[in-house]
Design a protein around this ligand. Structure first.
Ligand SMILES: C[S@@+](CC[C@H](N)C(=O)[O-])C[C@H]1O[C@@H](n2cnc3c(N)ncnc32)[C@H](O)[C@@H]1O
Length: 354
């Protein structure tokens, strides 16, 4: 009898949870869309640069926005704790920033604005409409939406290529401090480091600053490195990682292998292995490891699963990998041993030795 009651209570709780949770599936996109709107209007920057609480009237005038519509946007963002309300010196309601709104500012150490703008861009949203076709018949969502794959698209569209570089730099700003603080010893004794698919060089700039003995090589497609900023102690080389990788003591790959299927990954990893010395070289990979139990409180598990869906929508055959899948590609690429370190980020750090 007790068991029957317990089962009935559980199903009642599940029903109540579903009644609420279903709305996240119906209107979940609204959070992303309003964040995009706030970034485009410069709301987080305007609130952040005001030293005291900013009233709706002041905010409307700074942004040149119609107050009643802006009020509705602010009410939404306050509800979801992007901003807080605080009384102004005139006793009216004002807005102040929070750690979340700081991450939506266009510039700054914590800015994730470009990543939000990339993921909400029409180019990146269109492939999601083809996800079910991909699962049933294997057509590539990005190709179905745009006729070419994402890298061919970026090669011919400089502004989208720039948006991807800026967005990846946001990811780097979130992950690289966790690497630097979590396992600095990984970079001991490395004289030169090639960042394969290094984008605009943000990752390498942070690594070289933290470990100044490293000479960095930023290696990416020619159209990417040609517009990447010139940086001291970082050499830029344009090329194709499927052909060869520039020589260095160690190769680094972040959010790069997940864009490709196992055979493509094995090819890239073999080229990295050839680029480093056999005795003391290593390949350092910063990528998600799906489904791994972590000792510390891990709140980013959902991010890894979301990234896997993003790979499905935006790349042709990319995916996030489980430990077993990493083992397969690393072993097939000829690495004798590897270790995995969990850091305070969605990615883990894999060191692979030739
Ligand atoms: C998802 S981004 C990661 C960027 C960077 N590692 C980061 O985490 O900020 C993948 C990078 O791989 C580069 N890429 C794609 N195909 C490539 C190729 N065949 N050779 C070299 N780089 C390539 C892209 O241009 C892009 O910068």
């Amino acid at each position: 009898m007790e068991e029957t009651k317990r089962v009935a209570k559980l199903s009642e709780e599940e029903e109540a949870h579903a009644e609420v949770e279903i709305w996240n599936y119906i209107f979940g996109f609204a959070k992303m869309a309003v964040a995009k709107c706030a970034i485009e209007l410069g709301i987080p920057d305007a609130v952040g640069s005001h030293e005291i609480p900013i009233s709706l009237t002041e905010l409307s005038s700074v942004l040149g926005c119609e107050p009643s519509r802006l009020h509705r946007i602010m009410r939404f963002l306050v509800h979801f704790q992007v901003f807080k309300e605080k009384a102004t010196s005139q006793g009216t309601t004002g807005y102040i920033q929070t750690p979340l709104s700081r991450r939506m500012m266009k510039q700054g150490e914590n800015s994730m604005a470009a990543l939000i703008l990339l993921e909400t861009s029409p180019v990146m949203l269109a492939p999601w409409h083809h996800l079910s076709d991909h699962v049933s018949s294997g057509t590539f969502p990005f190709v179905a939406a745009h006729s070419v794959d994402v890298w061919s698209y970026t090669a011919r569209d400089a502004s989208h290529s720039n948006l991807i570089d800026e967005a990846m730099a946001c990811g780097a700003r979130a992950a690289v401090p966790a690497i630097i603080n979590g396992c600095p010893e990984v970079f001991d004794g490395i004289g030169s480091l090639v960042d394969v698919g290094g984008g605009n060089g943000t990752t390498l700039r942070m690594l070289v600053k933290a470990f100044p003995w490293i000479k960095g090589i930023n290696f990416d497609l020619p159209h990417v490195v040609s517009v990447a900023p010139e940086l001291d102690s970082i050499k830029k080389i344009g090329g194709d990682m499927f052909h060869s990788v520039p020589k260095a003591d160690a190769a680094f790959l972040m959010w790069c292998l997940h864009d490709w299927d196992d055979e493509e990954c094995i090819k890239i990893l073999k080229n990295c292995r050839e680029a480093i010395p056999v005795e003391k070289g290593k390949v350092i990979i910063a990528e998600a490891v799906i489904g791994e139990e972590r000792e510390e409180d891990d709140k980013l598990d959902f991010v890894r699963l979301m990234l896997d869906m993003v790979m499905m929508a935006h790349t042709s055959k990319g995916k996030e990998r489980t430990l077993k899948e990493w083992d397969y590609v690393l072993t097939r690429a000829g690495f004798r041993r590897y270790n995995i370190r969990h850091i305070r980020a969605a990615s883990s750090l894999i060191e692979a030795f030739p």
